[in-house]
Design a protein around this ligand. Structure first.
Ligand SMILES: Cc1cc2nc3c(=O)[nH]c(=O)nc-3n(C[C@H](O)[C@H](O)[C@H](O)COP(=O)(O)O)c2cc1C
Length: 491
């Protein structure tokens, strides 16, 4: 790895353009690891898991090259978002934070003033370096991995952006949905019920129509991050990314689909899904940390064109037992959307939202508030767990007071153990939106949720009737730090 350098100039705005400049920045930050010679058959995925699972948010991004059987330069990239710094770099936010949830706050504030920006069509771009059509189509030109030991197929798409178009609107959605390879010309696409790409596909199929699709498997990390985020219906991630960057994303017209394709993408596969045409999909190591047992027939894509640039980089994100590389990605983006929803519902004094990485992410959400009225904490719990960004496959939603850092699990646990009563401070939501990804899913793809009010009861707080916390006051702290400067330098 390169020696760490400060990358100060990126703070406040997204300065890099595309995956390759992002990799340069990550390298300069000392967070890029290059590995040569790892095999696509389970080695790259397993190395990433070993380096990430106990890294406590410090694992490098890993660029694999010289994959056996493939030309040098045909690379794969894993672990894009396993540190806060790389998430912050991607979003153009400050790189250092006191509390982890401060990054969510910055992102939330950035979103307040965001103006969507339509992509700009350009006549050409690196993604058109190579265009394969007809007999030349072959997605196995790239070192497509088998990620997990118990997977039985190679997966082209994990850290991808699947572009679909709403048949009723001029809305191109980008979602990160996994794509299994059946052969060089046929790939799967597993889209869970309720996800935007799935709603698009359902609409086409209900009308007996095929759906065109473009799968981008190597792209600007900002686009990938947004594709994995619960942005509201009707909003294109391309326009959102333009808004965050403050300049339009450049796109070319897909030769088969006519869709806007990021001009600097690495690999893009275009094709169509036909109603009624299904193949068994899975098993696959899932985001909850288990091997899926839902090998079911799912629609697949007939590949029509393969586009790629010179020395392409296939981006990958095999999920596994926490903590994995998507804990922060999904957690930060999802928490910012929950924060937005809480404020949109008029709930005051939201001080922090954090999805805990080991949950994994969206299954353990904590909201930090300053209580202003009786029932405030309960309002927050219900909105956070039922808004669009918090609804999918949640499990635990917890609310804490202003003195608890919602992103510090030890503090949250203390609040749950000392300010919470298991009879009165709990609510249950039954038959909520879930999926077969959940090992304890209920029949019909529902699940039950627990809402935990770990705030001090409002009336006791108001009357000063709750015991005072044992802590060192700010005055004594300052005095001691001045007197014992060296000993207390780090606290
Ligand atoms: C690495 C990764 C893989 C994912 N795989 C899938 C998948 O196979 N199917 C799915 O429905 N969602 C998957 N997701 C979650 C979606 O990307 C996420 O729910 C996103 O909000 C979907 O976009 P949409 O809200 O526009 O539908 C994945 C997320 C990540 C980070």
């Amino acid at each position: 790895m390169a020696r760490a350098e400060k990358v100060r100039e990126v703070e406040g705005q997204v300065k890099y353009r595309g995956l390759r400049e992002w990799l340069d920045q990550v390298d300069r930050m000392g967070e890029l690891l290059r590995i040569h010679g790892a095999h696509w058959d389970r080695e790259m995925g397993s190395i990433t898991q070993l380096l990430t699972e106990r890294s406590k948010g410090t694992a490098p991004a890993i660029l694999f090259d010289e994959v056996p059987g493939y030309p040098k330069g045909f690379r794969t990239l894993y672990g894009q978002f396993s540190t806060m710094k790389r998430v912050a770099l991607t979003l153009g936010l400050p790189l250092e934070y006191e509390r982890k949830s401060d990054i969510v706050k910055s992102y939330h504030e950035r979103m307040q003033n965001l103006k969507l920006m339509k992509p700009r069509f350009v006549s050409t771009g690196p993604i058109l370096d190579h265009v394969l059509e007809g007999d030349d189509v072959d997605v196995l030109k790239f070192p497509v991995p088998i990620h997990h030991e118990l997977d039985t197929a190679r997966y082209l798409g994990t850290a991808d952006c699947v572009i679909t178009k709403d048949p009723d609107a001029d809305w191109y959605n980008l979602g990160a949905y996994r794509c299994q390879v059946y052969d060089g010309k046929t790939i799967g696409c597993q889209i869970t019920e309720g996800k935007h790409g799935r709603i698009h596909r359902d609409k086409y199929f209900e009308r007996g129509q095929s759906m065109k699709v473009a799968v981008v498997c190597g792209q600007d990390p900002l686009l990938y991050m947004l594709s994995a985020s619960p942005l509201p219906e009707g909003i294109s991630e391309l326009e959102f990314a333009g808004g965050i960057r403050g300049e339009p994303m450049e796109v070319v017209k897909g030769p088969y689909t006519g869709f806007p394709i990021p001009a600097d993408a690495e690999i893009v596969v275009e094709g169509e899904a036909v109603p009624g045409n299904v193949r068994p999909e899975g098993p696959f190591g899932e985001w909850m940390g288990y091997i899926s047992d839902d090998v079911v027939p799912r629609p697949y894509i007939n590949v029509k064109t393969v586009l790629y640039r010179d020395d392409p980089i296939l981006t990958c994100a095999p999920q596994h037992k926490p903590v994995d590389e998507t804990g922060l990605l999904k957690g930060i983006a999802g928490a910012a959307e929950v924060w937005k929803a809480l404020e949109a519902c008029g709930l005051p004094e939201i001080l922090g939202v954090w999805n805990h990485e080991a949950g994994p992410a969206t299954r353990f959400t904590v909201i930090q508030i300053r209580q202003r009225y009786p029932g405030h904490s309960r309002n927050v719990l219900h909105v956070a767990s039922s808004c669009a960004a918090g609804a999918y496959n949640g499990k635990w939603t917890v609310v804490v007071d202003e003195d608890i850092d919602c992103s510090d699990l030890e503090q949250v646990l203390w609040a749950m153990c000392t300010r919470f009563d298991p009879i009165t401070d709990i609510d249950i939501i039954q038959k909520a939106w879930s999926s077969g990804r959940d090992p304890v899913v209920l029949p019909g793809n529902f699940n039950n949720r627990i809402l935990v009010d770990a705030c001090i009861s409002y009336d006791r707080k108001l009357r000063g009737k709750f015991p005072r916390v044992v802590e060192v006051s700010a005055e004594l702290r300052a005095k001691l730090k001045a007197k014992f400067e060296k000993i207390l330098a780090s606290v």
